[in-house]
Ligand binder design. Structure first.
Ligand SMILES: C[S@@+](CC[C@H](N)C(=O)[O-])C[C@H]1O[C@@H](n2cnc3c(N)ncnc32)[C@H](O)[C@@H]1O
Length: 258
């Protein structure tokens, strides 16, 4: 619970606390309506909007975990507990901390372009390192400022690649390129854990106006992701959903045919 307040991942306050503000304002209106006997329809609407605000706030903080390190969706990922991991689109560290907190023998290279706007304020390496210090894992992380479409790292040098809510910002052709780069830097049998925001009931409830976080700006298209991952040279060993999340776990094929 408290880790919602100890980290600062830079997501803007309307996204973090907008629902709570709506709950408070409409909750007060509802109470005033009830106290001063306004028309019951006004009181009922105010109460319903307040309830939606409370639900949305719960979803943002406990389901989407906007202000917390992300939860690992599968224990099969890096099950040895150690290895070199590359985080593509690491931002301010929610995904890198997911790996470092759950896999105590792992190190992470946090790669991000750190330019343009992707929903994070002050998206910088310093911001990420501040969160790593709070988590006590700063000695196991290094930062690489780079584009995931041209990763300036050697072939077959990483045991795993993760990407959370990042690769789906790219256009379809660029997704292909980035997945190809992920395959290149992975050792044979290296793991790919891809996690994208899934426009499921939780997301639709909290953000009814959100049309998707997927490439082409549409809701996630699981079959399409599946074939792109396979075409990049991975065998998908697990696929699933967690609330607000669609994930794929793949391993790099020994030889890539395509
Ligand atoms: C929504 S944030 C997600 C950050 C983090 N993974 C998380 O879950 O909070 C998307 C990140 O992808 C990064 N990004 C977008 N395009 C990129 C590219 N071509 N190469 C590297 N990083 C990129 C952005 O800078 C941003 O930090």
């Amino acid at each position: 619970m408290l880790d919602a307040f100890i980290y600062d991942f830079g997501y803007p306050w309307p996204l973090s606390y907008g629902h709570l503000l709506v709950a408070i304002v409409f909750g007060l209106l509802g109470v005033a309506g009830w106290r001063y006997r306004w028309r019951s329809v006004i009181t009922a609407v105010a109460a319903a909007v307040a309830l939606w605000g409370l639900t949305g706030s719960y979803i943002v903080h406990h389901i989407v975990r906007l202000n917390r390190p992300v939860d690992l969706p599968t224990e099969r990922f890096l099950s040895t507990g150690s290895g070199r991991v590359l985080d593509l689109g690491a931002g301010t560290g929610r995904s890198a901390l997911m790996v470092l907190r759950s896999r105590r023998g792992a190190t992470v290279t946090a790669l991000d372009i750190y330019s343009g706007h992707f929903g994070i304020e002050e998206n910088t390496p310093d911001h990420l390192m501040a969160n790593a210090k709070v988590a006590g894992v700063a000695d196991r992380i290094d930062v690489k400022v780079a584009d995931m479409r041209h990763i300036p790292l050697g072939d077959a040098t990483y045991d795993a690649v993760v990407s959370v809510a990042a690769i789906d910002h790219l256009r379809a052709d660029d997704v292909k390129t980035a997945l190809g780069e992920a395959a290149r830097v992975l050792k044979p049998q290296g793991e790919l854990l891809l996690m994208n925001i899934n426009v499921d009931g939780w997301i639709r409830t909290a953000f009814p106006w959100m049309h998707g976080h997927g490439y082409f700006g549409r809701p996630q298209d699981a079959p399409r992701w599946r074939s792109m991952i396979a075409n990049a040279g991975f065998d998908i060993v697990e696929e699933g959903t967690r609330p607000a999340t669609l994930y794929f776990l793949g391993t790099k094929r020994a030889r890539i045919f395509n």
